[in-house]
Design a protein. Structure first.
Length: 211
């Protein structure tokens, strides 16, 4: 059994050791449930596909790949709407949001044990593309079918850490102090992904990030 109070203490110690700040009254997390593996793999495949649009892949090609590989059911409402547009109709904000899928995908690669570490002070590694289906070469989703979802204990610890990292980076943003290599944008994307993994009731478009 995971002890949420001990997890909170562990996370706070990690952040303090990194030179960060903590919020004593930020509560510990309640019990969660891991989302089914099929949904996690499906979301990873969708993230990888949609991310390519931020790198100028035609939306029609991406929509065709998603449809051909039976992934339409894993699309969120907003993603379905985006795939109805061509690239010239996408706003700068929509393209930017798709680019940040890179951090969400990196997080799911960690969740599925395709990478060993999710260092909170580092962005994605350059080799990430080699782990993912290459849509330009018409690769299927088999690379992600080897995912083995991490234990509840590991996932819970990582989510708790990111909740508290989110508080620190937001506090730094609001109060004008630096947080070093720990970026609020990266932390938020990773936290959202971890929240989604451990809260099956959440839709991808409506993950709560309260702190």
């Amino acid at each position: 059994m995971v002890d949420p109070q001990q997890v909170k203490a562990d996370s706070e110690r990690t952040i303090l050791n990194a030179g960060g700040r903590i919020c004593d009254w930020l509560p510990y997390l309640d019990d969660r449930t891991i989302r089914p593996q099929g949904e996690i793999v499906g979301r990873a495949l969708v993230l990888n596909a949609m991310l390519q649009i931020a790198f100028q892949a035609p939306t029609a090609i991406i929509k065709g790949w998603i449809t051909a590989h039976d992934l339409v059911k894993h699309l969120s409402r907003k993603e379905r709407e985006l795939l109805q547009k061509d690239n010239s109709q996408l706003t700068d904000q929509e393209t930017a949001d798709l680019y940040w899928y890179i951090e969400a995908l990196w997080t799911l690669l960690w969740v599925g044990q395709l990478i060993d570490d999710l260092a909170f002070d580092q962005p994605v590694e350059d080799y990430m593309a080699t782990l993912c289906p290459d849509l330009q070469d018409q690769e299927d989703g088999s690379k992600f079918q080897t995912m083995q979802i991490r234990s509840y204990d590991e996932l819970f610890h990582m989510l708790d850490l990111h909740v508290r990292l989110h508080w620190w980076t937001r506090d730094g943003q609001l109060n004008g102090y630096p947080t070093g290599n720990v970026s609020i944008d990266i932390i938020m994307e990773r936290r959202k992904t971890l929240e989604w993994v451990l809260a099956p009731e959440y839709d991808w478009d409506n993950v709560s990030l309260n702190t």
